[in-house]
Design a protein around this ligand. Structure first.
Ligand code: 5AD
Ligand code: FES
Length: 329
């Protein structure tokens, strides 16, 4: 699909029904009806960065900081196994106390004990550190570039470097990870053109996974009072991403479910084929509030499992078997 046609589909006043139908068909043909469940472990909310949009940014004194122990992470992974999820996603802020060396150890333990596929989402590191994590048994890595627009990136990520972000994505690929990236839809100042460029970049980077969610203004950040993104914009991006990338794994994200109670269901009907139910200890969930209104903060892992199974039932979809590795060759 050409950039101009994408921009046209991204326009809020154009009826997206045909786009969604086309994306749903593309999803069925490229990845089938089964939905992969990845258990999400939010293992530390310490972060050295100060991204303007993010609730767990360094310096946000309202956040009660926590860090799971190795034993707690292992317990979460056991829970994932028990709930029959095919993989775990270990996510945290950029926490120096849970650095690559410690992480590598827990990764190898999770791997040895559960055999589950392991995805890391722990931010920017060096090439050597990525190699270490891969050698320890991590299979995949998520690192959203957040926006392809260099100017916006600089505005919202004051202590990050645009070029380094993409260097990290290249290192991850070189280290042999299945690589995921993604963006927020509806960042203040983001244009339809830049959203189309995000999608073209997903394609160019040959990503194995692409996560997209609406930007949700967080009152405890410098973006308090900003206008949030819309589910509509995020769904249009999901649909176009499905059409353009064909068989990438695309989650119906928590941010979509948080901005609209039917958000994830809608995403699964216009291109998405993955859900990431939370398996973090309930007591800490509320403290991993990247944005307000985040769903699942009062639930236990079992409740989220029941909820996603009911969701799949209602959509006439089923759980996928196995780890759900990349479908790229
Ligand atoms: N609204 C929506 N998504 C957010 N993220 C961080 N803060 C927000 C927010 N306020 C997303 C970023 C990050 C992912 C873990 O959460 O895209 O990569
Ligand atoms: Fe957690 Fe629905 S997935 S309550």
């Amino acid at each position: 699909m050409e950039r101009d046609e994408m921009i046209n589909w991204l326009s809020p006043d154009r009826d997206p029904a045909d786009l969604y139908a086309r994306a749903d068909k593309a999803r069925r043909e490229a990845v089938g009806d089964a939905v992969h469940l990845r258990g999400l472990i939010e293992f530390s909310n310490f972060c050295r960065r100060r991204c303007y949009y993010c609730g767990i940014r360094a310096g946000n004194a309202k956040v009660r900081r926590y860090r799971l122990t190795e034993g707690q992470v292992l317990d979460c992974a056991r829970t994932a196994k028990r709930l029959n999820y095919g993989s775990v996603v270990m996510q945290s802020g950029e926490d120096s106390h849970w650095g690559p060396a410690q992480l590598a150890e827990v990764v190898s333990k999770v791997k040895r004990e559960t055999g589950l596929a392991i995805t890391l989402s722990v931010g920017e590191h060096t090439r050597e550190e990525y190699k270490l994590l891969r050698a320890a048994g991590a299979d995949r890595f998520l690192l959203r570039f957040e926006t392809s627009d260099r100017r916006l990136f600089g505005m919202f990520k004051p202590d990050s470097d645009y070029d380094n972000r993409f260097r990290c994505l290249a290192w991850l690929k070189e280290a042999g990870f299945q690589v995921g990236s993604g963006v927020m839809a509806g960042l203040p100042g983001q244009t339809l053109e830049s959203m189309a460029d995000d999608i073209l970049l997903f394609k160019r980077l040959e990503l194995d996974m692409v996560g997209i969610g609406p930007f949700i203004a967080n009152p405890d950040t410098p973006m308090a009072g900003a206008v949030s993104g819309t589910l509509d914009a995020a769904l249009r991006m999901v649909a176009l991403t499905r059409i353009v990338t064909k068989n990438a794994h695309i989650p119906a994200t928590t941010a979509m479910g948080s901005i609209d109670p039917q958000g994830r269901q809608k995403a699964l009907r216009c291109g998405a084929n993955v859900l990431m139910p939370n398996i973090s200890p309930t007591e800490h969930r509320v403290d991993y509030s990247l944005y307000p209104g985040k769903i699942c903060t009062n639930e236990a892992p079992e409740q989220c499992a029941g909820c996603v199974d009911a969701m799949l039932d209602s959509l006439g979809r089923k759980r996928a078997e196995g780890a759900g590795h990349s479908l790229k060759v």
